[in-house]
Ligand binder design. Structure first.
Ligand SMILES: Cc1cc2nc3c(=O)[nH]c(=O)nc-3n(C[C@H](O)[C@H](O)[C@H](O)COP(=O)(O)OP(=O)(O)OC[C@H]3O[C@@H](n4cnc5c(N)ncnc54)[C@H](O)[C@@H]3O)c2cc1C
Length: 319
């Protein structure tokens, strides 16, 4: 398994449950991929996907683990002030990564290993890392990385050039996230707002709505620049990004938001895909290399990402 995000972990668990031996390689130190949490100012902040929105499969899976998520009770609105429809958001007070951490329990995860090359060797597929070390030979490989990274890896095998081209053509929106602790006169009565004001912020979320503290009254917020601004400002300095975000925070939360107690910036090169290919097109029947994740999911959303992992496991188990 290449990648320990949601789709990879779900696939790995299913494969282990079907009696197969699975090794997971994850390039990062943390688990969860774009389900990401960092510790700041004596609290935790989810700086990737803001919540687990699920209308079924993900909520059911999470409810069956030792620590279940809570339903965020404060509303999500849109820029007109209207509550947005759709599944209710779930979160963990200790951070969204409580989900991948629980999913990974008992699995063999090799962290800080970026798989960068595949080689065919008889019926097996050999994997190598970016340092040039061999990481073993496997009967099957699941690639759960975002499509551009999956494409780079597939392109290292001559026989996979066509599939690499298909996945390499899928573009992702970048995301620039401004994270800050704000001393506000009152806690906002909502968890998040989409498309704020002129649309510059695709999301403004209040982390303390997830059953977490607002240490010393500092309300932790995450502000996501929209896709266009994220692309424009991806390489801008943190100070330049703050200049763009702060007037929007003031608009939404009042003058007190102009002077954060602290702030940070997180940049994601890949947040959500702008197109997808059907799972069956990306995965020819009988192939021992299977691709899963949001670029080959049936529809947008985490439930479909999870389902792509389940399908990948079924494919591998059937080969
Ligand atoms: C800021 C932001 C906001 C988002 N908002 C939403 C939203 O509102 N709604 C929604 O549905 N989705 C949203 N998403 C997208 C959602 O988070 C993803 O679709 C989902 O988490 C993808 O899971 P995945 O398993 O497909 O991939 P990932 O979570 O990306 O997991 C892939 C893993 O593979 C690892 N990896 C990659 N290459 C290698 C390699 N060569 N070797 C080893 N490991 C490798 C990565 O480190 C990563 O851990 C958002 C994402 C971001 C970043």
């Amino acid at each position: 398994m290449i990648g320990a995000g949601l789709s990879g972990l779900v696939a790995a668990r299913d494969l282990v449950a079907s009696g197969l031996e699975v090794t997971i390689f994850e390039k990062s130190r943390g688990l969860g991929g774009r389900i990401a949490t960092r510790r700041v100012d004596s609290t935790v902040i989810d700086h990737g996907v803001p919540a687990l929105w699920s209308s079924g499969p993900l909520a059911e899976l999470a409810a069956g683990l030792d620590e279940a998520p809570l339903e965020i009770s404060l509303p999500v609105g849109d820029s007109s002030g209207a509550p947005s429809s759709g599944p209710r958001p779930l979160a963990y007070p200790g951070g969204l990564t409580r989900l991948p951490k629980q999913l990974a329990e008992g699995l063999d995860v090799r962290r800080l290993v970026r798989v960068s090359v595949m080689r065919a060797s008889g019926d097996a597929i050999e994997l190598g890392d970016e340092q040039g070390n061999g990481q073993g030979a496997f009967d099957g490989v699941v690639i759960s990385a975002p499509a551009p990274q999956a494409a780079d890896l597939l392109a290292t095998l001559d026989s996979e050039r066509a599939r690499a081209g298909m996945l390499g053509a899928i573009a992702y929106e970048p995301a620039v996230i401004y994270i800050a602790g704000l001393v506000l006169p009152a806690h906002p009565p909502w968890f998040g707002v989409r498309g704020l004001g002129d649309g510059a912020l695709s999301w403004l979320g209040v982390e303390s709505a997830k059953g977490r503290p607002a240490p010393g009254g500092r309300v932790p917020v995450t502000a996501h620049l929209n896709a266009t601004l994220s692309a424009e400002l991806f390489d801008a300095t943190d100070a330049e990004i703050a200049e763009v975000v702060r007037p929007r925070l003031v608009e939404a939360l009042g003058q007190a938001a102009s002077d954060p107690a602290w702030s940070q910036v997180k940049r994601w090169r890949y947040s959500v895909p702008t197109s997808r290919v059907p799972f069956v097109d990306a995965n020819p029947a009988g192939s021992a290399i299977v691709v899963c994740g949001d670029a080959v999911a049936d529809e947008p959303g985490l439930d479909a990402v999870l389902e792509s992992g389940r399908r990948a496991a079924q494919r591998i188990a059937a080969t």
